[in-house]
Design a protein around this ligand. Structure first.
Ligand SMILES: Cc1cc2nc3c(=O)[nH]c(=O)nc-3n(C[C@H](O)[C@H](O)[C@H](O)COP(=O)(O)OP(=O)(O)OC[C@H]3O[C@@H](n4cnc5c(N)ncnc54)[C@H](O)[C@@H]3O)c2cc1C
Length: 247
């Protein structure tokens, strides 16, 4: 602070909480494979590496260790696996979706920038560092409203905006999953803190909340299912959620 010309002992200053790591993400195996063939992941986008809290400094070691592994195994994968086949029907559906976005009229309701900002605001205010059932239900309601009122109007007048429109949709999906997982966790653990359940409950909740698309359930290699919640959060994804418990 002194280097920046700010004398902390002479002037008062504000301290605010912030998110410094996303404690959750895509599941990977020990070779950094995801459930999607040929897609490898490493770093903050992955979940489960650090448990419910990430110790200081370990995010960067995570990136170094798993980044190197992901690169190594991805390089091996392309040497031995044939190129993935693209599903033509799915490709056509995606192109159709892009042309719909590109042909829509511009409006405030459909502005990708405003929708993204709204998702960020909802998640910061209601599903952020300190959360509880009331705030999470409000977040859920507001995300549903965005899904119903804004998603069908998302437009993109240039390639960058089209990309932002797709990102806005993905952000709503991920935000809905985070809220669902937080609602199902009736305890506090590490960075997952709920004011209405401030204590850790190892008897009932020692494990990860794993959310999978219904048609692509992972084979359970762990003992399961003390809590099962099924829900639709977007018509295109029927998701099944279960709390996996370490065996
Ligand atoms: C304030 C703060 C302090 C922190 N302090 C520490 C610390 O002291 N020690 C520590 O270990 N960790 C710390 N962390 C955490 C650490 O910095 C991050 O976990 C780490 O940098 C994540 O790296 P990453 O490569 O996984 O993800 P990122 O650094 O987020 O990289 C993801 C990249 O993907 C790009 N991208 C996103 N979408 C797309 C797309 N559609 N197409 C192409 N590219 C895309 C992004 O632009 C970005 O460059 C801190 C984090 C914060 C916020």
């Amino acid at each position: 602070m002194h280097f920046k010309g700010f004398p902390p002992l002479e002037k008062p200053f504000h301290i605010a909480p912030l998110v410094h790591h996303f404690m959750g993400g895509i599941l990977i195996d020990e070779e950094c494979r995801t459930d999607l063939a040929g897609l490898f992941a490493a770093g903050e986008v992955t979940g489960g590496i650090h448990g419910a809290n990430r110790s200081g400094g370990n995010a960067l070691t995570d990136c170094v260790v798993f980044g190197a592994k992901a690169g190594q195994y991805a390089a091996e994968h392309v040497k031995i696996k044939p190129k993935s086949q693209i599903d033509e029907t799915e490709a056509k559906q995606k192109l159709e979706r892009i042309s719909q976005i590109a042909s829509r009229e511009a409006s405030d309701l459909g502005s990708p920038r405003l929708v993204k900002a709204k998702v960020q605001e909802i998640m910061w205010e209601k599903a952020g560092v300190i959360r509880n059932r009331k705030s999470l239900l409000e977040a859920e309601k507001e995300l549903t409203q965005l899904k119903q009122e804004n998603l069908p109007k998302l437009f993109g007048k240039n390639p960058h905006e089209v990309m932002e429109a797709i990102e806005a949709t993905n952000m709503i999906i991920v935000a809905s999953l985070v809220v669902k997982a937080a609602l199902a966790r009736k305890e506090s653990r590490g960075a997952h803190y709920r004011t209405d359940y401030p204590n850790q409950d190892d008897k009932k909740r020692l494990g990860h909340a794993v959310l999978t698309k219904r048609s692509e359930k992972r084979k359970a290699n762990t003992r399961i299912a003390r809590a099962e919640v099924e829900f639709d959060f977007l018509t295109e994804m029927n998701t099944h959620m279960r709390v996996q418990v370490r065996s």
